[in-house]
Design a protein around this ligand. Structure first.
Ligand SMILES: [Ca+2]
Ligand SMILES: [Ca+2]
Ligand SMILES: [Zn+2]
Length: 261
């Protein structure tokens, strides 16, 4: 979620951010989560909602960005809670990520995740988990034409998705996405809460420069790298919207939860 729109990070910062993010994604793919957690653990379950609020932003030199809104949510039964910490073996500013899993009766187990956190890089002065969401643009033959510009995600309870309880994970109360006094960086999603990324925030787009007007599909996935343990790791991590991009704008033809039909 965006909290600031400052654009202080320059071109060098962006380059570092992108190369680091790619390397970390490869790490995540090489070491999927599958570690142990106690029997009876109460796991989170991440889902994506169908992308929405599409528009095309015209950029200098004829470039065009397809912007849209994404929401990741936790439908439970357990909380989705992580924290980042600096390990002495890692470059300064790249945090390892631990998933905390409710193991019943108020106790928690800690599960090393192959994910990583990095700071800022998108103009936001907060920490992000790399690779929590992935987005691709495909044509009607399901060929991949583009992917999301945003690779880091700071998440907390800002989109109600079925819960009647109040938000718990917040920047103001749980220091979500900020380094606490004890130097860890916590993030989380309560059961029945999600995190919304409005279409206007930094890097919330797929570059469609050079693509003709026509029909396309935007597919979104939570935890594509398998970094986090969930109650359901499969189809509910996916969602999609079929869109028509025309001179006058973008319309949604159809959308759905789960894999493409
Ligand atoms: Ca899931
Ligand atoms: Ca997962
Ligand atoms: Zn951010």
């Amino acid at each position: 979620m965006a909290r600031g729109r400052s654009q202080r990070s320059g071109r060098i910062g962006l380059a570092v951010w992108l190369s680091g993010a790619l390397a970390l994604l490869q790490m995540a793919a090489a070491a999927p989560a599958g570690g142990t957690h106690p029997a009876g653990s109460v796991l989170p379950d991440l889902v994506m909602l169908a992308p929405k609020d599409f528009s095309v932003e015209k950029r200098p030199k004829g470039k065009r960005w397809l912007r849209f809104d994404t929401v990741i949510a936790n439908i439970g039964p357990g909380r989705f809670e992580v924290y980042g910490y600096q390990h002495a073996d890692d470059p300064s500013g790249t945090l390892r990520v631990v998933q905390r899993i409710e193991s019943g009766a108020g106790s928690w187990a800690e599960h090393d995740s192959p994910a990583a956190m990095t700071f800022a890089g998108d103009g936001h002065n907060h920490w992000h988990v790399i690779g929590l969401q992935s987005w691709i643009l495909t044509n009607d033959r399901n060929e991949r034409l583009g992917s999301g510009a945003k690779t880091g995600f700071c998440f907390w309870d800002n989109f109600r998705y079925g819960s009647s309880a109040g938000a718990y994970y917040l920047p103001s109360t749980t220091s979500a996405c900020a380094r606490r006094a004890d130097s860890i960086v916590p993030m989380g999603l309560s059961v029945g809460w999600g995190d919304e990324y409005p279409s206007t925030i930094a890097f919330q787009y797929i570059d469609i420069s050079g693509l003709p007007f026509g029909e396309y599909t935007v597919q979104v996935q939570a935890d594509a790298g398998g970094a986090f343990v969930e109650a359901d790791e499969t189809t509910n991590n996916l969602a999609w919207s079929r869109i028509r991009i025309a001179r006058r704008g973008v319309t949604v033809i159809d959308s759905g939860l789960g894999p493409l039909p």
